[in-house]
Design a protein around this ligand. Structure first.
Ligand SMILES: [Zn+2]
Length: 505
């Protein structure tokens, strides 16, 4: 490689290294804020975080840094290391996206999102959408403005929003995918709700202590292969996972006294995210491309562990004795089959985060359809609550009685649009690679044996290795040999739930 190119690459990497140090510190502060920071300490900590984050922003906006990243992009073919070529592509894409956004505008946008968040919290508390609507209108306007400012914007408005979270995915493709889902899931849901099958759920609300739930979380993390030398866990309000560094991945959960399953499945879900982070190739960190995997890829892994593994009969059999040991008051008169059925019961509900595996996708489709209408200008912000309620009735057969359990339930719209579909895509991606994995070995037997090294080993080799280096489309094709399709996911749901509800018998 010619000397000048090497020098520019070295300078870019040195800058990224410095920026990463600030960002690493921000992640630690953020984790602290979400977990044990006292309420009165939050504001000063927030200021420190804003200061450090601004330091990183300044480094990225240095003219030499921009000039050198563009030079790397133009001389990409001369870069010897393929990971450096990926880095050059990423930096160029980011540059075009934010080139016309000045620090002043960036600050203005941040204030609008922040105000929308504050208004959403207040509106949700009072269950009054009108307190959020003006802020939501401003969010929509700046989302559209940001798209107009992009040098590399895509023709479809919604495609730009989607592309930020799921590179290469388009609204056209999603329309087809979600139509296929509606065609198969809506009629089947009707059959399920009309089914005579009785699933016992009385024991699901029996009380357990925080201490018992902590023991269970520890057991589940150990069972699924969480590496405690490079990770830790604690509690929070809304569970999340944070990859703070290459060797520091933290998961969180919450404990509800009368809902022991909530913590169990949130910890398995977050453990999936953590395993993904823990098994990144080290070179991806060294080449500053570690953050390139998409939200859909990440959700595919967390939902693989939570649903495909965690809610399977084999997994319930594996953990059954331990649940009796840790939760004796709950489990003394419950069979393994009863626990399996209760953990998979289908009940159309209003709140997405409490939705069962079967109806989950319908919640996402509703949000997706409304988001498209919002950004296309086909509806006014004032029309939304009515549309929300109508769509719930149409797809799930239930209607929210107020804004809190309806349109105001999720925080996401205070920070923009395009994120929700990745949740549904995650389920579809993992259905595809589950089928591929099952051709290599008997997954259920491995789960029954508690042999997670086999499952995680396969994931590392096939799923985790190239996630930062490929688009979701390329990644899926490489893992499964097939183009993306929702069919494997729909086949799986149909098979599992027709059996569970004795449909067609
Ligand atoms: Zn997740």
């Amino acid at each position: 490689m010619i000397k000048v190119l090497q020098e520019k690459l070295d300078f870019v990497k040195k800058t990224l290294h410095d920026a990463e140090s600030y960002e690493h510190a921000c992640r630690v502060l953020n984790f602290d804020q979400e977990t044990i920071c006292p309420a009165e300490g939050m504001e000063e900590q927030g200021e420190v975080r804003a200061f450090l984050s601004n330091k990183a922003f300044e480094l990225y906006k240095q003219p030499e840094f921009i000039a050198d990243t563009e030079y790397l992009y133009q001389h990409k073919e001369e870069l010897e290391d393929p990971l450096d070529r990926i880095l050059a592509d990423n930096l160029h894409r980011e540059y075009l996206k934010t080139k016309n956004i000045t620090p002043k505008m960036d600050h203005e946008f941040a204030l609008i999102y922040n105000k929308a968040f504050v208004n959403w919290v207040n509106a949700k508390q009072k269950s009054d959408y009108t307190l959020f609507a003006p802020a939501l209108e401003k969010v929509r306007d700046i989302e559209l403005k940001k798209i107009a400012l992009r040098e590399n914007s895509l023709p479809g408005t919604y495609d730009n929003l989607l592309d930020d979270y799921e590179r290469g995915m388009t609204a056209d493709a999603l329309d087809k995918i979600f139509d296929a889902c509606k065609k198969r899931l809506v009629p089947l849901l009707k059959k399920i709700t009309e089914s005579k099958k009785k699933i016992r759920t009385d024991f699901m609300t029996r009380p357990v202590t925080d201490e018992q739930q902590k023991q269970m979380a520890q057991y589940l993390l150990e069972t699924t292969g969480f590496d405690f030398k490079r990770g830790s866990f604690t509690t929070t309000e809304h569970p999340f996972t944070d990859g703070l560094g290459c060797n520091d991945v933290r998961v969180t959960t919450h404990y509800y006294q009368n809902m022991f399953s909530s913590s169990m499945f949130s910890i398995i879900h977050e453990c999936g995210h953590a395993l993904f982070e823990m098994h990144q190739p080290k070179e991806d960190w060294e080449h500053y491309i570690n953050g390139e995997k998409t939200m859909g890829m990440h959700e595919s892994v967390s939902r693989f562990y939570e649903n495909r593994i965690g809610r399977s009969k084999a997994f319930i059999n594996l953990i059954y004795n331990k649940t009796k040991q840790i939760f004796p008051e709950v489990m003394h008169d419950v069979s393994s089959q009863e626990l399996y059925e209760a953990l998979n019961v289908v009940r159309p509900s209003l709140v997405r985060t409490e939705a069962d595996e079967f109806t989950y996708t319908l919640h996402i489709i509703i949000r997706y359809e409304l988001e498209k209408l919002i950004v296309s200008g086909k509806v006014t912000i004032g029309d939304l609550p009515g549309l929300w309620n109508e769509t719930y009735e149409k797809y799930l057969g239930i209607r929210p009685q107020n804004d809190k359990e309806g349109i105001l339930q999720d925080v996401h719209w205070s920070s923009g649009f395009g994120y929700f579909p990745t949740y549904a895509l995650g389920n579809m991606y993992n259905a595809m690679y589950y089928d591929t994995m099952s051709r290599d070995f008997d997954i259920e037997q491995a789960v029954l044996n508690g042999d997670f090294s086999k499952i995680n080993g396969w994931m590392k080799e096939h799923v985790w290795k190239n996630a930062n280096r490929e688009t979701p489309k390329e990644w899926l094709l490489e893992i499964t040999g097939r183009d993306f399709s929702a069919e494997p996911y729909l086949d799986y749901l149909e098979k599992k739930y027709t059996a569970l509800y004795d449909i067609g018998k």
